[in-house]
Each structure stands twice: as C-alpha cells, then as structure tokens.
Design a protein around this ligand. Structure first.
Ligand code: CU
Length: 349
C-alpha cells in the first residue's frame, strides 16, 4: 500500500465523527451513557472465557450480546442476552435476557467533553426482576470517568442487597488506543465484587472498536455487572453499529446512476466497466481530445485516480459513471484509491 493511501485512511479515521457506540469511552463492565443514534442498530458482542486448571483444561464461555435500536431523541431500546449467568436459577436455565430502554437525559454524544447522564429501566427475565441503572460519565481530554448506581427488585445473587454501585476510568493513550478499568459491587457484605480491565482500540477507517478484557463480571447485564465470580475471565468485546439507511438498496432497489466528470465536448470513445473489483479493460488506447467513460458495476465505491499529475475522479458510487477527457498524448496509469490493487492504463496517441 502506498504512503498516500495510508495517509488517506488515517485522515478518514481521524476526521470522521465517531457516530457509534465506542469502547474508547467505556470501561468493560459499565454501560456508560451511550445511546444508539436514531436509525442505528448497535450490536455489541462480548466473549469471555475461563480455562479451568487441571488435566481437562475445560474452557467455559460467557458471551453477552447487546442489540440496541435508536429511535432518536437520545432514546434507544435493547436486549441483552447472555449465557451461563452467575445468577442461580430455580428452573435450571442459565440464560439471562435483559430488556432495556435507555434515555440519555444529559450530555452526549458519546465522547463529548463534560457530563453525561443516562437512565436505563430494564427487566431481567431470568431473575424476574425489575432493574434500573443511572449512569454518569465525565469526559475531559484523554480521560473519561464513569459511575453507575443500580437497583433491582429481585437480585438473584447470594445477597439480599437490592442496590449496587460501579465506577471506572478510561484513559485514551492515543486517538486509537485506550486503557480502562472498573470495579463494582452490591451494597452488601455477602457477594463478590466485580473488577475488570481492558485494552481498547479503534479499528482505523471503520466504525468498530475492539477491547481485550480480563475481569470477574458475571455477564454484562445490570445484575451481571454487579456480581463477581471466583474465576478471572479473559476475552474481548467488539462493537458493530449498523446504519439502517445503508441497507436501503435491499428495499428500494438501486440508487439512481450518478454521472460524474465531463467530456468537455469530446467524443466518448471508450468504456471501461469497474466490476468484481477490477477495471474491465487493463489498457485503453485513444487519441488526444477524446474521452473515456468508467462505469461502476460493483456495489462498492471506486475511484479513477491517476498516478501522475492528471486530476482524477471523485468517489464513484455504485451505478455511477465518470467521464474524463485527455488532451495531451501520453501514458496515464491509474488505480482505485480504496482498492489500490485495481490498476489500469490509458494510452493517448
Ligand atoms: Cu475500487
């Protein structure tokens, strides 16, 4: 990959607003104050595991899925689902489902400086418990401090306490890397506390964040974040925002073709399709003062970017086309910026 492409990727990643739920602003066992934007479904996947010692080295997995749909006005609705809950259950199931609504009453979006407050009423189906959480974040420069106060009508830990507290910190070492830690506990003497640490990273050029985690939280529900286990669990979390409008072509057909560039009165004497991540013709030969048209047949964006000084195309969307007139004889090699392995040549005689 050329240096220019790397710079372009970095500029994109640094300049793009992080319009997604991000692990750069949240320790591993706190919900923080994030709310999915309107029209965005947030999918977070936590996968932690414990390797038991001894001859078997049995690996036990503790996944938690979070799915939350934003409806705007700083409100979202979601579901958390985890298996192998620490919550002792009477019926034999250890699958924990938590239905929640969240309203960020103050601050935001995620990562904005200052205070943010969110309230999360929830229902834990396994515990048959009405739960709730008030989360507070304070962000300044590279630091975010987080706190949570939680209540449950039927906590199914070993405790009779009906409230828990949690607190944590995130330190962003670079725009792409952060360290975070948290602790949490029921307000009561008979349960194990939760602790967690994480190394969080932004995946450049994408809306995703990733965390390597270790800790003792049961699952990432309101109750699970309050109840520690004896085992230290290791794993990761991956955050995936799904912007529903990106799926519009599924329902509304293809977008209207966009015609970019101009022939400047010259005849278009050659057509090049961009399909299957290739230029359909490697080499096109034309005369001076003639034009070439590129048409994007792929569902992804391409460009026609000349390796020399010749100005190239903007981003060509799916079904879009781009016309370029060549006035001076020469050999014009070009490539696609998002896919530098796509290469072609125009020879002008
Ligand atoms: Cu391309």
């Amino acid at each position: 990959m050329t240096r220019q492409v790397w710079f372009a990727l970095l500029a994109l990643a640094a300049g793009a607003p992080l319009d997604a739920q991000s692990l750069m602003y949240r320790p591993p066992d706190l919900s923080g104050t994030w709310v999915s934007d309107g029209g965005v479904v947030q999918f977070n996947f936590v996968h932690r595991f414990h390797v038991f010692p001894g001859p078997t080295n049995t690996v036990i997995n503790y996944p938690t899925f979070t799915l939350a749909a934003g409806i705007g006005h700083n409100i979202d609705f979601g579901l958390r689902f985890g298996t192998r809950s620490n919550i002792p259950s009477s019926g034999g199931s250890s699958n924990e489902s938590e239905f929640f609504a969240r309203w960020r009453v103050l601050g935001g979006p995620d990562g904005k400086e200052g205070f943010a407050v969110a309230v999360t009423p929830a229902y834990n189906k396994l515990a048959k418990s009405a739960d709730g959480e008030v989360g507070i974040d304070w962000t300044r420069g590279p630091f975010t401090l987080s706190g949570a106060a939680r209540g449950m009508s039927k906590p199914l830990g070993a405790s009779r306490a009906k409230a828990s507290l949690g607190g944590g910190v995130v330190a962003r070492v670079t725009p792409y890397v952060a360290l975070s830690a948290d602790v949490g506990s029921f307000v009561g003497p008979t349960t194990l506390a939760v602790w967690g640490v994480a190394l969080n990273v932004v995946i450049p050029g994408s809306p995703h964040t990733f965390a390597f985690e270790a800790g003792t939280a049961s699952l990432n529900s309101i109750q699970g974040n309050s109840l520690g286990s004896n085992d230290v669990r290791y794993g990761f979390e991956f955050t995936i925002p799904l912007h529903l409008k990106r799926f519009a072509p599924w329902f509304h057909g293809s977008p209207k073709p966009v015609a970019l560039g101009t022939a400047g009165g010259a005849a278009v004497v050659a057509d090049v399709d961009m399909a299957a991540l290739k230029y359909g013709r490697d080499t096109v030969t034309i005369s001076a003062a003639q034009a070439v048209r590129w048409t994007n047949r792929d569902p992804v964006e391409h460009t026609v970017t000349f390796d020399g000084a010749e100005p190239g195309s903007p981003v060509i969307p799916a079904h879009g086309s781009y016309v370029h007139r060549f006035d001076r004889p020469g050999t014009y090699t070009y490539h696609c910026t998002p896919h530098p392995f796509m290469k072609g040549v125009v020879i002008v005689k």
